[in-house]
Ligand binder design. Structure first.
Ligand code: PMP
Length: 402
């Protein structure tokens, strides 16, 4: 189900070895089919029309919300559609404007740093606390985490990354959540780099908030999910307009209840439907098979000789080995000769797609390398041929920089 033939961008560019799935994964044919079907056979505004194909849109949208909620094993009315993880984190930041302190990790993506800075929270003024990462394991330092959480006033927010987009290391968010709750803080986890690779089960209300994006899990761009353990009716609306209201006069407004309160305006209906199909596809394939396929691609990279290249790996123990807490989909390195951006610039002239720079995680990458990194990210659709192309292109580029 996740073979290359199901991903049109890849079949339409057979010469390209795509190793940038952590930036955005390719869209599955079935996702495109469902979105196309919406546009050609039942395009209509959801929850607004009585005619038959408008009802079809209502049903497809509701099914999509159910499928997305099932992916993290929560109820459909606990998931609001957003434009993506960035929007979700910005909303959560706004809802926590008055939290005494916000605790993040050193490995956060900018989407979980900048909204807090914009509120005037800084490490310097102590309203933003940063849990350091253990350089050997690539995980947050749990001892420091406990100390910081104990020092912060209750009802602070612990907002952490689930899987690092730099190292691919899975963070012990379950343990951190228990710690946070012990100190009466609430918890938000950014699962943007997790949902495509690992089963997340939030059925026990382990955390209060979660966010992720469809485009990192074979779905469309511009759509994502925000989970809350709280009743959405009680949360301040972040967008105002039509559709999300029950009644409006020139003097007052009565908002709709639950998730609908937060989804005014004509939604990204095709995106929502595509998101639902992507969630269903992952469930259908199963995480065990996905992990098996990702491990196989990793093994193929080894077989192609990637470990023989003069690269310093930014993974636990500085080796890209399959470590127990490593989601086998993200590998970053610094070339022993030359600059990472030169490697990427030269690779751009070949048929290999990788990512370079500071990966929207400047503080973390700066702590790991003073030159940025090159990131290879894999997906089940990568083939042995892709791995051979990557390794031979990289080898050629590295020898040019010697
Ligand atoms: N968090 C992490 C860990 C990410 O990798 C990304 C995307 N690079 C984001 C947040 C932001 O996601 P989006 O661009 O879909 O809003």
């Amino acid at each position: 189900m996740f073979d290359k033939q199901y991903f049109p961008t890849l079949s339409n560019n057979p010469e390209v070895a795509y190793f940038d799935s952590a930036a955005t994964s390719q869209t599955h044919q079935y996702v495109l089919d469902a979105m196309h079907k919406y546009y050609i056979s039942h395009r209509s505004s959801p929850a607004r029309g009585e005619y038959p194909f408008a009802e079809q849109t209502d049903i497809a949208s509701a099914q999509a919300r159910y499928a997305v909620s099932q992916l993290i094993n929560v109820e459909a009315d606990q998931v609001v559609f957003t434009s993506g993880t960035t929007q979700g984190l910005n909303w959560i930041a706004e809802w926590h404007r008055n939290a005494p302190t916000v605790i993040i990790t050193e490995a956060e993506h900018h989407a979980n740093i900048v909204p807090w800075l914009q509120q005037g929270r800084t490490k310097q003024n102590g309203r933003l606390r940063v849990i350091p990462m253990d350089p050997y394991t690539g995980e947050v330092d749990l001892v420091e985490a406990e100390d910081i959480m104990a020092e912060c006033e209750p009802r602070s927010l612990v907002s952490i990354i689930g899987t690092s987009n730099v190292t691919g290391i899975r963070q012990p968010w379950e343990q951190l959540a228990k710690m946070a709750h012990y100190h009466n803080h609430s918890v938000c986890v950014d699962f943007c780099q997790t949902v495509a690779h690992e089963q997340i089960d939030l059925s026990e209300n382990q955390i209060e908030w979660a966010v992720f994006s469809a485009h990192k899990m074979y779905g469309p761009t511009g759509i994502g999910a925000l989970y809350s353990a709280f009743d959405f009716t009680e949360l301040k609306a972040m967008l105002y307009g039509g559709g999300a209201v029950e009644h409006v006069t020139f003097n007052d407004v009565a908002f709709m209840k639950g998730v609908h309160k937060h989804e005014p305006g004509t939604p990204n209906t095709a995106g929502i439907i595509g998101f639902g199909v992507a969630a269903d596809l992952i469930q259908y394939e199963g995480y065990e098979k996905i992990k098996y396929q990702e491990n196989s691609v990793c093994q193929q990279l080894y077989d192609s000789g990637i470990l023989d290249l003069p690269l310093d790996w930014i993974t636990p123990y500085r080796e890209p080995a399959q470590h127990w807490n490593h989601v086998p989909a993200i590998y970053s390195f610094v070339p022993q000769q030359g600059h990472p951006s030169d490697v990427a610039a030269l690779l751009a002239h070949t048929n290999t797609a990788v990512r370079t720079g500071k990966l929207c995680a400047h503080p973390y990458v700066d702590s790991l390398s003073n030159r940025g990194v090159v990131r290879i990210s894999i997906a089940p659709y990568n083939t042995q041929e892709d791995c051979d192309t990557l390794v031979s292109d990289l080898s050629r580029v590295l020898s040019m920089l010697e």
